[in-house]
Design a protein around this ligand. Structure first.
Ligand code: PMP
Length: 365
């Protein structure tokens, strides 16, 4: 039976990427590795939409990227505005509080986006050193319109540094760091880029790097971008041992996607999302956000009447299909389905067939 991993990360990894992962481990200063590391760093620029930004590839999950994006640009007591469309937006506030910055939160209702007026109000009332956005909040499936949001920040408060969490977006949705004026962007290896979990990739703008250089104290050692920058500019150098095999895998996936065309990869995600939601609607599952706010990378489905979350997901799991439960206040009422990375239309057809079977079985119990 073909197993289908349809959670919003980790996502299934192709055989060729697994093969790259299983290369003989070599020295992190070996020329063959150094070349691949440099290539992956260069390719990440296209994924983030930056020519000028400094890219980093660091061992650690997406949460390390979140933490580095704040520790490197915020001094104690500076102000941070967190725009939250769900659980992962909220995490920025927790990190901010942990590192001693003053956090204000602008939070949307579940499955909705914040209003433009509320964003304007916050920015007009107070001066923030930085503002965070989550491109796709994986708990609600809401996509943030970053072109619009960053334009508002630039207009009202041009000095505020803009941080963007691309963990559930990068590779699946276009990101334009330079064009939108994003200062820090980061992602994880295990979502649309379709590599096992374990790496975070980041880019810092020149403005964000300047801010880090002006900081007298930084609340991180491993996550300090100034310790990593020499390595990223010349991977022969050492600060801390890079995850050699993971970087082989990352380089393979990035170059495969690039060869096939990043734009085609984005289109594939849009088409797949449309296919999933149209099909699921026919059997009574509705995506939580309005279609205009819905991410191409995952859906957060409500249940048809009298279908129990736990029983449904257990029945589906027995059929080889793994989906994810919902988070926070949505737990038990919704489930999450990832459709990013290597997932194909055929996978979706097969999943739908099994979903229908599972529903039928539950009705007959
Ligand atoms: N941000 C978003 C939007 C995420 O979806 C996740 C993980 N699901 C994270 C941050 C945290 O990443 P990780 O679990 O890799 O630490």
């Amino acid at each position: 039976m073909k197993e289908l991993l349809l959670i919003p990360g980790p996502t299934p990894v192709s055989d060729e990427v697994l093969y790259a992962l299983s290369q003989k481990t070599m020295s992190h200063t070996d020329e063959r590795f150094v070349k691949k590391f440099a290539r992956a760093l260069k390719e990440m620029k296209a994924f983030f939409g930056t020519a000028k930004g400094q890219t980093f590839i660091i061992s650690g999950s997406g949460t390390l990227g979140m933490e580095m994006s704040l520790t490197n640009i915020l001094n104690d007591g500076e102000s941070l505005l967190v725009v939250s469309h769900g659980y992962f937006g909220d995490r920025f506030a927790e990190i901010g509080k942990t590192i001693g910055v003053n956090v204000d939160m602008l939070k949307s209702d579940a499955g909705k986006t914040i209003s433009i007026d509320s964003l304007k109000d916050y920015l007009n009332k107070k001066k923030y050193t930085a503002i965070t956005f989550t491109h796709v909040d994986t708990s609600t499936g809401v996509i943030a319109d970053m072109r619009k949001f960053s334009e508002i920040v630039k207009t009202i408060s041009p000095d505020t540094l803009i941080v963007l969490d691309g963990v559930c977006a990068t590779g699946g949705i276009p990101e334009k760091m330079d064009e939108w004026g994003i200062d820090v962007i980061f992602t994880g290896s295990q979502k649309a880029i379709a590599v096992p979990p374990g790496l975070t990739m980041l880019a810092f703008s020149q403005r964000a790097t300047k801010k880090r250089k002006e900081m007298k104290r930084v609340r991180t050692y491993y996550g300090d971008i100034l310790r990593w920058t020499p390595v990223m500019n010349n991977p022969h150098k050492y600060f801390a041992t890079p995850a050699v095999n993971m970087i082989f895998a990352l380089e393979k996936s990035l170059s495969t996607i690039t060869e096939k065309g990043l734009d085609n990869y984005y289109k594939k995600h849009i088409n797949l999302a449309r296919k999933v939601r149209t099909a699921m609607k026919t059997v009574g599952f509705e995506n939580l956000p309005d279609e205009k706010d819905a991410a191409p990378t995952l859906s957060v489905f409500s249940y048809p009447k009298n279908v129990d979350d736990f029983k449904f997901r257990t029945a589906l799991k027995k059929k080889g299909v793994t989906v994810a439960g919902a988070l926070g206040e949505l737990k038990g009422k919704y489930f999450r389905m990832g459709h990013m990375g290597t997932i194909t239309g055929e996978d979706i057809d097969l999943a739908l067939k099994r979903i229908k079977e599972a529903l039928k079985e539950l009705k007959n119990i």
